[in-house]
Ligand binder design. Structure first.
Ligand code: G1P
Length: 290
């Protein structure tokens, strides 16, 4: 069965980026000149996704506008002969009817946000992308995971090794390595202290889930931080179905963190021919003071 739908939980308040996010959705923060959410949506389309499901909340109107046409801007660009930019903003608007919005009207956690999309997803496997996790890679992660899904026909989470003292920021796995980049998950725990963590293998925000997950999310059990956690529902799903971990290639930036966000900007800007030389010159100059 083809993975056609992707859920994007985008209801979070982004308190870590206040004041920038006081009146603006954190997913609209740009890395170089593209909002975080656009990287994630492009990754989804690149993986063959046909329907984008945003689980939004209050104050997220800019997200909806971003993926809609804006005749005023289009006309201005056209009149000024800026064909390339015009094409760019027209291309980022998905085909009419392929984006669906639903709301998470209580901040009850990631698991609850995914559960809010249950009726739209229905009875088919689907993807979840957390836009905060930005991955710079030549092998787009979701597309690789779709290939793994075709092979294993089971839920898959993207994974990477993290520093042992960072386990309390992630869903952490007890897993057995099957192949170079594939793990079979035995157990998982959300945000354990380093002393209690079963490993330093962490879940990163890309998932392919079978629809059975909704039954477990529907129990609405509260976990770490008093929130309904996706990791807990996956742990429960493990009792009835296998779940795999895919260790992706590339560098992951935690754009929910200020330092991670700055690093992402620098790394992505250095990939741009129009910016690279200027930035390298600047870095060389300021690093004398480090
Ligand atoms: C969420 C998940 C966690 C996962 C992380 C990846 O946590 O709950 O299991 O490891 O994303 O970024 P959050 O960052 O929303 O606290």
């Amino acid at each position: 069965m083809k993975i056609k739908k992707a859920v994007f939980p985008v209801a979070g308040l982004g308190t870590r980026f206040i004041p920038a996010t006081k009146a603006m959705a954190k997913e609209m923060l740009p890395v170089v000149d593209k909002p975080l959410i656009q990287y994630a949506v492009e990754e989804a389309f690149d993986a063959g996704i046909e329907q984008i499901i945003f689980v939004t909340g209050r104050g997220k109107k800019a997200l909806e506008d971003h993926f809609d046409r804006c005749f005023e801007v289009e006309l201005t660009l056209k009149n000024k002969g800026k064909e390339e930019l015009l094409e760019q903003i027209q291309e980022l608007v998905p085909k009419t009817g392929t984006i669906v919005y639903t709301r998470q009207n209580e901040p009850l956690g990631l698991g609850h946000a995914i559960w809010c999309a249950r009726d739209i997803v229905g009875d088919e496997p689907f993807a979840v992308l957390l836009a905060d996790d930005l991955i710079q890679t030549g092998r787009p992660v979701l597309a690789e995971m779709v290939k793994k899904f075709d092979r294993f026909r089971a839920s898959i989470a993207a994974v990477m090794e993290v520093d042992k003292d960072q386990t309390d920021k992630y869903g952490i796995l007890d897993a057995s390595q099957l192949e170079n980049n594939i793990f079979r998950i035995n157990d998982m725990v959300e945000k354990p202290n380093p002393e209690e963590a079963p490993s330093n293998l962490a879940i990163i925000g890309r998932y392919i889930l079978t629809p059975n997950i909704f039954k477990h999310l529907g129990k609405k059990e509260k976990g770490a931080g008093g929130e309904i956690q996706l990791t807990d529902a996956m742990k429960s799903l493990l009792k009835e179905q296998p779940i795999f971990g895919y260790k992706f290639e590339g560098t992951r930036f935690d754009c929910g963190d200020k330092a991670g966000f700055q690093m992402a900007n620098l790394a992505f800007a250095l990939e741009r021919p129009d910016l690279r030389d200027k930035l390298i010159r600047f870095i060389r100059e300021i690093q004398k003071d480090f």
